[in-house]
Design a protein around this ligand. Sequence first.
Ligand SMILES: *Cc1c(COP(=O)(O)O)cnc(C)c1O
Length: 425
Amino acid sequence: MDIFKSQESNVQCYANNFPVVFESAKGCWITGVDGKRYLDFLAGAGSLNYGHNNPTLKKALIEYIEKDGITHGLDMHTGAKARFLEVFKEHILAPRNLDYKLQFTGPTGTNAVEAAMKLARKVTGRPNIVSFTNGFHGCTYGALAVTGNHHHRGGGGMPVNNAVTRIPYDGYADVDGLTLFETMLNDASSGLTGGDKPAAVLLEVVQGEGGLNAASNEWLQRLESICREHGILMIVDDIQAGCGRTGTFFSFEPSGINPDIVTLSKSIGGYGLPMALVLLKPELDQWAPGEHNGTFRGNSHAFVTAAEAIETYWLDGQFQTHIQARADQLNKVLKDVLAKNGDLFDTIKGRGLMQGIACKNGDISDAITSLCFEHGMIIETAGPDDEVIKFFSPLTVSEAEMEKGLQIFVKSVEQYKKDKLKKAS
Ligand SMILES: *Cc1c(COP(=O)(O)O)cnc(C)c1O
């Protein structure tokens, strides 16, 4: 571990919670150099929805590399990109009646968010963007401006409020944020009209880092109708909640809303390879060539595994049924644990395989997740005080693996209670 201490910047963070050197991984399991296996309920923060080294995706990637397929092609036409575009159009967009063009940005989520905001500002000619309490959108300056998290914002080294108005998310402090928003849009002296009228609203449908807060369908529909009425674009950041995490490919599908712009990253590449894209309604495609540039726009290896993932998992409803079954299995245990431990937990958060349990405070979640790690499971927290324990298994998790993870969680809760009693006596 000394090499990490002496050579790697203090900015690394996950390693502080999981101080092990990892060597290999398969499916839901990750193995340390000492041979100890851990159940991975973090899954690359949602980048490994199809599991580590998914065999089908790996095979396609190895074949592509073996035949000297293009690895780096800037944004030129390649067969790998053509196949991804076709598969995405035919199996993801068309069946959902969605009509988007695709913009490939640099391969991180935050780059897609930057591009989405730039485009909304360019198309409307207005600078202001509305974002929501506890939203998380990435760590570059533009994306940080719409992010709520104080810890990340503190990394800015200067004020990061660039032309952003924040309003309460669904359920935030029981405030009706949308009535406030609508009233302000209709009040010429609210500071939110004329040239200050927002170009766009930017939101997560389930807030990943913000604590698994899920917006209701009604709230989303109402937000959409406010946007339509006032000529404001709607941007959904589906970087974490998309690619099946909530049970449908896009998180917004159950609400029936039709966002103008959607960002995807994390699991879109399928294999844990970096890839990010912006979906935009064709009439918004007002970019001039190269206006949002980048050397790594389009990762050919990720195109191969992204197309393969769609063809493996998204051709029919089977995978969605599987996700729902595992989500129900998880929900049942979380409900039971909540019912028995009202002193430790507040509520169940999120939906699909984007669920968690809110602890009374961040110390409880920290202690329980540390115990989970001791018992062989990697699991993280989210929320303003890191108080939500976040169950982020790969979506390909089997019934037995989910059961195993839940057993480790329940055992850790029991041990936490025992340790607390011991300390008190
Ligand atoms: C992770 C994430 C981002 C940022 O993606 P990076 O690849 O870390 O830059 C943006 N939005 C949401 C919702 C995310 O979860």
